[in-house]
Structure formats: structure tokens, C-alpha cells
Design a protein around this ligand. Structure first.
Ligand code: GLY
Length: 377
């Protein structure tokens, strides 16, 4: 089992285990006497590994709660339900709350644990690629509030995050793509050849998927073929997932509270969140992965306009993302996105922290007004 540490100064403040299989989770939980599991109800039904895990917990008499998980239920009411359930079940200061699910689940469970009885310990078993490479690492917890994403929350580190790539076997294609976009984002921030390896693997999975769809027209790809394509090749994802976790652990170790370097993890997200919020407003269906992929292309184009990068760099990223089916046509204009970006909670003093890539593995934080960005793009 690979162990990756998150540090504060010299001290290990959180551990990340990467393991092909769920068996070792039991050993990871051994030091904790009172474990309480909060699991995404949908994951409990659709993910065989999570179901197996809940059976194991049942055998050990570990109390379990299922939660209904969506952006709408990612709110204080659900956090209060989790806290009420912990209280009813006698969770005390020595409790460990284990969140099992995607990023919404681990964000909410971590938040509930971080405020329950002024904070109890928690750990994550992320069941989506996005949570494995990003959301469940680094201690950002929280819920949506007042129409904004993650407006209430804490930075509080999990005891550990147990990453088992096999749980992704039942992950729908769209959710996989969301995680793939975040994984590529991580490697654009810090690369040691992982970006090229990830693109090669994702492209090869895409080619297998297209072949499985037997030449159907692009708009009628049957995503039902995705699990059969992915399940046989999941083991190839393990080193890339571990590499992404190592990059994120390093960034968080150097800047846990996001005063500088950690902002780089928002690459593609300022544009991406604007696209997502416009899509939400217009009842369009653009998921997080596709929005972030578009956002990374805009960030690269902006870097190119500012002459921070080689000509053709943005087109290269665009081609890579497109070859992995991560790009869609953006129905919104730069002006529409500008309005949404101005409302982004990361805007400070009229300027927004844009994260701009200079090359693969080299990004910088560049403060600009939205008007400056509109003028350039
Ligand atoms: N997801 C970005 C971060 O954890 O900072």
C-alpha cells in the first residue's frame, strides 16, 4: 500500500493511502475505537466495492448513515442531519467519522465532523476519480450557501484518505471525465512526464470506447459501454491517481490555507465555474469536467495573449483535451462569462486570481480584472 503524507512544517497532518483493493481499509481503521460511517446512498447501491465495505462495517457493528447527495442537498440542513445522527448514536470526542462517496459527500462529512463537538476526527473513502485526485485531499470541507458553491466551510485535515481505484469501475462516463479533467489540471500544474502518460491513457480509453460504440455518430455514443471499457484497464489508472495525489499533497503541505501556491489548483476553475453557473441558470447540462476543460483552454489562450507561453501552446492543450472527448462547444460568450466571473467568490479588490500555464508543469497566479481578460480574449 502506497502512503503519501500531507505535512505542516515537519509534522504529518494527514495520510493518503493508495491501494488496489478495499481489504486494507480495515487495518487503517483499527486504531480508531469508535467509527461512524456516512455514505452516499447512491454509491451504496451502485458501487460493489462500497457495498462490500458497508457489509464489512455491519459485521463489526459500525453505525452507518446513508445520505442523499447532490449540489442541492450539499447544504447546512444535511450537515445538521449528520450531526444529529452522530449525537443520537452517541458519537463522542473520540469518534472517527468516515465519509464514503464523491467530493460532495467528503466535503459535507468533513465539515460536519469539523464542527461536531468542536471537531472530531474524520477520514475519507473517495468513490469518484475527482474526489480521489482532488476533493478528498487537502482538508477543504464545506457546503453551498446563498446560491454560491462552498460558501461555508473549514480547512480541516482528514486523518487519512483511502484511495482504491477499483471503486471507479461503476463510475459513469461523465463523472470519470470530470475527474480526468482535474487529474490533467494537476499535471499541468506539476509534471514529471505524467501529463503525457495521462493523455496517452485517456486517449487510448477513448479509442476503445469509440470502438465499443461500433462507429456510432459522435452524438449518439452510448455511454453504457463505458464501464466495460474502463473496468479492464483501471489498474493502469493507479500510478496516475497516486501521482496526482502526490502533487496535491505537496501543494497542500506548502500552502495548507491557500495564501499563495494552493491557488494554482484553481487552474481552469474561474472560467469553468462561470460556464457552470451560466449553464445552471439556462438549464443547460454542462458538467464540471467539461467546464474545467474549457476553462483550461481559456487560461492557456490568455497566457498566450499575454506572451507568457509559446505560440500554439493553447491549441496543443485544446487538441489533447479534445482527443480524450473532454471538450465541448461553449455556448456562452466571453461577455456572459465575464459577468459570472465577477461574482466568483475568489474575486478580491476588483481583481481575480487567474491561474495561467506557461508550459506543462509550470503555472503562475496572475491577478487581472475581468475587463482586462475580456479585452484580450
Ligand atoms: N480543489 C482545490 C483545493 O483543494 O485547493
Amino acid at each position: 500500500m502506497e502512503q503519501i503524507n500531507v505535512y505542516s512544517a515537519e509534522e504529518v497532518i494527514s495520510k493518503i493511502y493508495v491501494e488496489d483493493g478495499m481489504e486494507m481499509l480495515e487495518a487503517c481503521l483499527k486504531p480508531y475505537e469508535h467509527v461512524f460511517v456516512v455514505m452516499d446512498a447512491n454509491v451504496a447501491m451502485s458501487c460493489p466495492a462500497a457495498y462490500e465495505m458497508s457489509q464489512m462495517m455491519n459485521r463489526h457493528g459500525v453505525p452507518g448513515m446513508l445520505v442523499d447527495v447532490s449540489e442541492e442537498t450539499k447544504c447546512m440542513e444535511t450537515v445538521m442531519e449528520i450531526c444529529a445522527w452522530l449525537l443520537e448514536n452517541g458519537a463522542d470526542r473520540d469518534a472517527l467519522v468516515l465519509g464514503v462517496g464523491g467530493g460532495i459527500t467528503t466535503d459535507m462529512v468533513g465539515f460536519a465532523a469539523s464542527i461536531y463537538k468542536r471537531g472530531v476526527r474524520f477520514a475519507n473513502v473517495p468513490t469518484t476519480l475527482l474526489a480521489q485526485v482532488d476533493a478528498a485531499i487537502g482538508g477543504k470541507t464545506g457546503v453551498n450557501f446563498g446560491g454560491y458553491k462552498n460558501m461555508l466551510g473549514t480547512i480541516c485535515q482528514p486523518e487519512f484518505t483511502y484511495i482504491c481505484p477499483q471503486v471507479l469501475e461503476s463510475l459513469p462516463m461523465e463523472a470519470f471525465q470530470a475527474g480526468a479533467a482535474e487529474m490533467l489540471k494537476t499535471f499541468i500544474i506539476e509534471d514529471s512526464g505524467n501529463y503525457a502518460s495521462a493523455i496517452a491513457l485517456l486517449k487510448s480509453l477513448t479509442d476503445d470506447f469509440i470502438a465499443a460504440c461500433e462507429g456510432a455518430a459522435i452524438l449518439s455514443y452510448n455511454e453504457g459501454h463505458w464501464p466495460e471499457v474502463l473496468s479492464g484497464r483501471l489498474h493502469e489508472m493507479t500510478p496516475l491517481i497516486a501521482a496526482a495525489a502526490r502533487v496535491k499533497a505537496g501543494v497542500v503541505s506548502r500552502d495548507q490555507f491557500e495564501t499563495g501556491e494552493r491557488r494554482k489548483l484553481n487552474l481552469g476553475h474561474t472560467f469553468g465555474h462561470a460556464i457552470e453557473s451560466l449553464a445552471h441558470k439556462h438549464h443547460n447540462d454542462i458538467d464540471h469536467g467539461h467546464a474545467v476543460a474549457l476553462g483550461m483552454v481559456y487560461a492557456a489562450q490568455l497566457a498566450e495573449k499575454l506572451e507568457m507561453t509559446e505560440p500554439g501552446f493553447a491549441a496543443g492543450i485544446e487538441h489533447d483535451l479534445d482527443s480524450c472527448l473532454l471538450l465541448i462547444i461553449n455556448p456562452y460568450s466571453i461577455q456572459d462569462m465575464a459577468e459570472a466571473m465577477t461574482k466568483d467568490k475568489k474575486a478580491e479588490g476588483g481583481k481575480v486570481h487567474f491561474i495561467l500555464p506557461r508550459a506543462i508543469g509550470d503555472v503562475v497566479v496572475h491577478d487581472m480584472t475581468v475587463e482586462e481578460v475580456v479585452a484580450l480574449l
